[in-house]
Design a protein around this ligand. Structure first.
Ligand code: R5P
Length: 293
């Protein structure tokens, strides 16, 4: 019990200074609750408004992907240079040290493999496990135009509902079937549907023509997906353009961990995303770090 006699009369009221009511730095998220915003602030750097998400969840449908055979050896050294890790609960629990302070985006949809129809996914993680694992967002694949389009959309809306109860944002991951056109028109459709149905931020592939129309017609942040491995300069150019054309960051996997020098590449990507470094300068940085090794 505090000693009541020793309590001094409060007088620091600063009656002449109005209390600040700050807006939130991320597009379209100002009406979210405190917990949601706090988690998003651990994914997106509040100073730059951007994120470098390192995607290493590929094993959930394709097993030990090149570069991810030994996450303990090949990926853990990259973690300090990412803002967020996107991965499955299996890898999180078995390999990632619980002492990490990095934010976690947990893959929560699944149930198919590369041997079958990929869009036939379900929710594969209970919301209670996401809470238990202290994740900052839950990632769900959405297959607009895919065979199981409706099922994948409903997976996402269910996670939005569950996450809203507990203050955990949902990341909608737009997945494009092999036979479908990857153009701005498609990504405007896919990202807008996800946003309208409640996703808090959305992962979209970059398209050379009209990407700015994708980011501007989507009312919540978009992060650029990396896609298959391409030369380092091309990957850095793609990331640079995406950022300049309105993306709030990248969610890259293979173009980092399949690079000849992943540790150098993650730092070069970081320079593009957080410091608006040009692709050429970022490539110089990549080469400098690579050669030091
Ligand atoms: C794929 O479905 C996974 O969600 C990956 O996280 C995603 O493809 C990003 O990785 P990458 O940059 O290798 O395409």
């Amino acid at each position: 019990m505090p000693d009541i006699d020793e309590i001094k009369e409060a007088k620091q009221f600063y009656t002449d200074i109005p209390q600040k009511t700050e807006g939130f730095f991320l597009k379209g998220t100002n009406s979210l609750d405190w917990g949601m915003k706090n988690r998003l602030s651990r994914i997106f750097n509040p100073e730059t408004g951007k994120t470098v998400m390192l995607a290493i969840d590929h094993g959930y449908f394709q097993g030990p992907t090149t570069g991810l055979e030994r996450i303990d050896i090949n990926i853990l050294p990259l973690v300090p240079y990412a803002d967020t890790l996107m991965l499955t609960r299996g890898i999180l629990r078995s390999i990632i040290p619980a002492s990490t302070t990095k934010s976690i985006v947990l893959r929560v949809s699944g149930g198919t493999s590369i041997l079958k129809e990929l869009s036939n996914e379900d929710i594969a993680v209970d919301i209670e496990d996401s809470i238990r694992l202290n994740v900052c967002a839950m990632a769900v694949q959405v297959f607009i135009g895919g065979e199981y389009e409706k099922q994948s959309i409903i997976n996402m809306t269910k996670m939005v509902d569950f996450g809203t109860r507990y203050g955990i944002p949902t990341l909608a991951v737009t997945a494009v079937g092999k036979e479908m056109a990857r153009d701005a028109r498609y990504f405007r459709l896919a990202t807008r549907i996800c946003a309208e149905l409640g996703a808090h931020y959305i992962k979209s592939y970059y398209v050379e023509k009209g990407f700015e129309t994708v980011t501007s017609s989507c009312p919540v942040p978009i992060v650029m997906a990396g896609g298959k491995k391409i030369p380092e300069l091309d990957a850095l150019t793609m990331a640079y353009r995406a950022i300049q054309e309105g993306a709030a960051g990248v969610d890259m996997g293979r173009n980092i961990f399949q690079s000849e020098a992943p540790l150098a590449m993650v730092q070069a990507v970081r320079a593009v995303v957080h410091h608006n470094e040009t692709p050429k300068k970022a490539l110089d940085l990549y080469k400098t770090i690579k050669n030091k090794k």
